[in-house]
Design a binder for this molecule. Structure first.
Ligand SMILES: NC(=O)c1ccc[n+]([C@@H]2O[C@H](COP(=O)([O-])OP(=O)(O)OC[C@H]3O[C@@H](n4cnc5c(N)ncnc54)[C@H](OP(=O)(O)O)[C@@H]3O)[C@@H](O)[C@H]2O)c1
Length: 81
């Protein structure tokens, strides 16, 4: 989630572009003012490409909250940035 213009906006990450589009549309219908970006990333195998994509999409944004629903992470705690 990132902050802009007093709103909490969203970046949705998942493997499936159709599912991301469904979620994007559902949230947009209900909360039209929210800015939503989507990024297709599979958190399996080599993570470098996925991490690079996420770095590009969050560039310059004020990320406030990370919800890691995939449950994949480093094997130890690290600062997000
Ligand atoms: N369900 C349970 O009973 C349960 C119980 C205890 C803990 N948990 C934990 O709660 C979290 C969510 O569970 P859930 O059952 O809702 O999981 P899920 O449906 O498999 O996945 C949750 C989200 O993560 C995305 N995702 C899953 N695997 C991914 C991958 N390899 N790469 C990129 N995105 C991926 C899915 O989107 P896409 O499919 O579009 O990629 C989905 O939006 C997990 O960390 C799980 O371990 C679940």
């Amino acid at each position: 989630m990132y902050l802009k213009g007093g709103l909490v906006n969203l970046i949705l990450v998942g493997r499936n572009p159709d599912k991301l589009k469904d979620v994007f549309d559902t949230i947009k219908v209900k909360y039209g003012k929210i800015e939503i970006k989507t990024v297709v990333v599979a958190f399996s195998g080599d993570l470098d490409e996925g991490v690079k994509k996420i770095k590009e999409i969050i560039e310059g944004l004020d990320i406030g909250v990370l919800i890691n629903n995939v449950g994949v992470s480093y094997p130890y705690a690290r600062f997000f940035h």
